[in-house]
Design a protein around this ligand. Structure first.
Ligand code: CA
Length: 407
C-alpha cells in the first residue's frame, strides 16, 4: 500500500482510511425502487463504485452493479488486488477527484443490506478458553476439552438462510428445553438467549469437489472478514445438542456486519498463533503469521461488557479452511465460515453471556447488576479494530441487533 494521502475530507488518519476500504451493498435514501449496489467505505462516506467504474471502463465494472458482493467475490485474488489498487488511486490522486467526488455519499444517508448471498455457513469452535469454559459449564464432572479438540478445528454446518445484516431485529426463539431438575421437556420462549462474539470469513474463489484446499491457499480463496454474532438459545441448545451438535438453539438467526473488510487490509494485524500442542497433522500445518490480532468489544445497550482478543484463538482461519475441505467438500462463492466465540483468559474477555455469567450463576456488569442472559429490548453491538498498514487502526464494520419478544 503506497503511503499516499486521500483527498476525501476527514478520511486521512481515520479508522476508515485508504488502508481499510471495506465493501458493502448500499442504497441511498433518495433512490426509489432501485436495488442496492456495491460501495466502498472511505471516512464517513460511501463511494458508489458502479458509475465510476463505468466511466473509467473498468474491465470488471459490472460486478459493482449487483445487489450483492458475489460477482466481486467470484473473481480471484489478482482481480481483488487490482480493484483495491484502483480504488486507492481514485481516492488519493487529485486528478481523479472531479470524477469521483460526486459519487461520494454520506454514510448516514445510506442503508446497508446483506452484503453477500450466503452459500453454505459453517461455524467453528476455535477458542481454547471458550471451549474450556463451555465444557466446565455444560459438563462440570468431565474433562472440559473433548479428546479431539486439540487435533482438529471442531465445527458444524449452520443455517445460511438465516444470516442477517447488522441492524436486523432478532425475535426471541421458542423451542423445546428441559432443565436438569425437570422430568419432562416443555415448549416455550428461550429463557437463556445469548450472543457469541465471532469473526466471520467470506469465501470468494470456489474449489472443485473432491479436491482439498491447502492452508497455503487461504488467501487465494478467502476474500475478507466481518464481525459476526452467533445468537444462541442456551436452554434449547443444552437439551438438543447431544449427540449431533447445535441445531435449533443456533439456527434462528446469525447477524453479520454490513461491511466486508478485505484480507489485505489486515496485513499489519497478522500474528503468530499461540503454541499448538500437540503439533497438528501435516494438512493443518501453518507457518508464522497465521493468526490475526483483532480487538473485539461487546456492548450491551451501549455499555462495554467484554473485550475479547482474537489473537488468543487456537486455530487459524487457514486451518479452518483446510479442515473444512480435507474430505473433498468444495467451496462455493459466498460460503461463510466463522471462528467460534472469541474468549480470552480473563473474565472481561469472554465473548458470550454464558461465560460472563458462568452458566447464569454469576450476574455480570457491575455490583448491582442482575444481568445473566438477554432481555427483550436489549441491543447488542460487536465492534472490532486492528492495526492498519498506514500505522493507525482500522475499524471492522460493527454488527448490532435488538431482541424483540417471542411470537
Ligand atoms: Ca458459535
Amino acid at each position: 500500500m503506497p503511503a499516499r494521502q486521500t483527498w476525501v475530507d476527514g478520511a486521512a488518519g481515520s479508522s476508515y482510511d485508504v488502508d481499510n476500504l471495506p465493501y458493502g451493498v448500499f442504497s441511498h435514501s433518495s433512490w426509489e425502487g432501485e436495488q442496492g449496489r456495491v460501495g466502498v467505505r472511505i471516512g464517513d462516506h460511501v463511494l458508489d463504485l458502479a458509475p465510476v467504474a463505468a466511466a473509467e471502463m473498468l474491465e470488471v465494472a459490472h460486478v459493482f452493479e449487483a445487489p450483492a458482493l458475489n460477482p466481486l467475490l467470484a473473481l480471484d485474488r489478482a482481480h481483488w488486488s487490482g480493484v483495491r489498487r484502483w480504488i486507492v488511486s481514485l481516492l488519493t490522486d487529485e486528478a481523479e477527484r472531479g470524477l469521483v467526488e460526486p459519487h461520494l455519499l454520506p454514510v448516514d444517508e445510506v442503508t446497508l443490506s446483506m452484503p453477500f448471498e450466503v452459500a453454505d455457513y459453517v461455524d467453528f469452535y476455535c477458542s481454547l478458553d471458550h471451549a474450556s469454559n463451555v465444557g466446565k459449564i455444560f459438563r462440570p464432572d468431565a474433562e472440559p476439552l473433548l479428546p479431539n479438540w486439540r487435533h482438529l478445528p471442531v465445527g458444524y454446518h449452520g443455517r445460511a438462510g438465516t444470516v442477517v445484516v447488522s441492524g436486523t431485529d432478532v425475535r426471541r426463539p421458542c423451542g423445546q428445553r428441559k432443565a436438569p431438575d425437570q422430568d419432562q421437556p416443555t415448549y416455550g420462549p428461550t429463557g437463556r438467549l445469548d450472543i457469541e462474539c465471532e469473526l466471520g470469513f467470506v469465501v470468494g474463489a470456489p474449489s472443485a469437489q473432491g479436491e482439498r484446499v491447502a492452508t497455503s491457499a487461504f488467501e487465494e480463496h478467502v476474500f475478507g472478514v466481518l464481525p459476526l454474532n452467533d445468537w444462541s438459545a442456551r436452554d434449547i441448545q443444552a437439551w438438543e445438542y447431544v449427540p449431533l451438535g447445535p441445531f435449533l438453539g443456533k439456527s434462528f438467526a446469525t447477524s453479520v456486519a454490513g461491511w466486508v473488510t478485505p484480507l489485505e487490509a489486515l496485513d499489519a494485524a497478522r500474528v503468530d498463533l499461540p503454541a499448538q500442542d500437540p503439533a497438528p497433522l501435516d494438512y493443518l500445518a501453518v507457518g508464522p503469521g497465521a493468526g490475526y490480532d483483532i480487538a473485539f468489544e461487546v456492548l450491551l445497550n451501549g455499555e462495554t461488557v467484554a473485550r475479547p482478543p482474537y489473537s488468543s484463538m487456537y486455530w487459524s482461519p487457514a486451518q479452518m479452511l483446510a479442515h473444512m475441505t480435507v474430505n473433498g467438500a468444495s467451496l462455493r462463492t459466498g460460503d461463510l465460515f466463522a471462528s467460534g466465540t472469541v474468549s480470552g483468559a480473563e473474565r472481561d474477555q469472554r465473548g458470550s453471556f454464558l461465560e460472563l455469567s458462568w452458566g447464569g450463576r454469576e450476574p455480570f456488569g457491575g455490583p448491582d447488576s442482575q444481568r445473566t442472559f438477554l432481555e427483550d429490548g436489549d441491543t447488542v453491538t460487536l465492534r472490532a479494530t486492528a492495526a492498519g498498514t498506514l500505522g493507525g487502526r482500522i475499524a471492522l464494520g460493527e454488527v448490532t441487533g435488538t431482541i424483540t419478544p417471542a411470537a
